[in-house]
Design a protein around this ligand. Structure first.
Ligand SMILES: [Zn+2]
Length: 253
């Protein structure tokens, strides 16, 4: 009899294990790294070493009309200005995201002015790019990204990167979900730049650029609002062969 009871307990634990596992959402929650993998050699990769243990609250953000991103109501003090926390794991949001993963969602940090612009324009630009590339109309997206805030200089420069101001997001891939839940994955890697992927890539960048104030002129820092790879119609450089560096440049304020 004792052996039989032990087996029943084991069986119950077995059922419980799977019940808990299956009740979790589609996406696993992880703390997001703020480091850019192709920044290896200049600072530790994959470590959120710029985020203070305790963030100092600076301000409360006024409600924005469009809320595609799930953002904190407060802004917090980072090294070079304020930032809101993006919860890329909020399944009620139109835009979710995770650090270099399609399934592990996480946090990000955006300067409030960048956050507001992302909320207003990013998903619209994704819709426009999908239409132009003859892809299914997305109802929500998951961004595979390579970092947001990171207090560092731009690569091969001695000035601060837009990441240091929490005004940049490195997008490696868009996962577009239609209303049936089917996913279309759009890679931003140069090696995948062809056909519908190339059309999506350039339409998205052009749309984001057009969303910025016309006061942004060639020669001003990141006046396009993004940096891509050299094959792109909007130009770029080989440092961005694996992702679109999307930013909110100072000229756009
Ligand atoms: Zn970047």
């Amino acid at each position: 009899m004792p052996i039989k009871w032990d087996m029943r307990k084991f069986f119950l634990l077995f059922i419980l294990y799977f019940a808990v596992g299956c009740s979790q959402s589609e996406f696993e929650v992880v703390n997001m790294s703020s480091s850019d993998p192709d920044h290896i050699g200049e600072e530790p990769a994959g470590m959120p070493n710029d985020i203070p243990e305790t963030l100092e609250i600076l301000d409360t953000i006024a409600t924005v009309n469009s809320a595609d991103f799930s953002l904190s109501e407060q802004s917090y003090k980072l090294a070079h200005g304020p930032a809101q926390i993006w919860n890329g794991c909020d399944s009620n949001a139109t835009v979710m995201g995770g650090y270099n993963s399609d399934s592990k969602c996480g946090k990000g940090y955006f300067h409030p002015i960048f956050a507001a612009h992302l909320n207003k324009h990013l998903f619209t630009c994704v819709e426009r790019a999908s239409l132009e590339a003859n892809l299914p109309n997305p109802t929500r997206i998951f961004i595979r990204h390579l970092g947001t805030y990171n207090n560092r200089n731009g690569r091969q420069t001695s000035s601060l990167s837009m990441h240091a101001y929490a005004r940049a997001l490195d997008i490696a891939q868009f996962n577009l979900y239609d209303d049936s839940g089917n996913v279309t994955r759009i890679s931003n890697e140069m090696k995948n730049y062809s056909g519908a992927t190339a059309t999506f890539y350039d339409t998205f960048r052009k749309c984001w650029k057009d969303s910025l104030l016309s006061s942004c002129r060639p020669g001003q820092k990141e006046f396009n609002g993004s940096i891509g790879h050299p094959k792109s119609a909007l130009g770029g450089n080989s440092l961005h062969a694996g992702h679109i560096h999307l930013s909110f440049p100072f000229c756009a304020e």
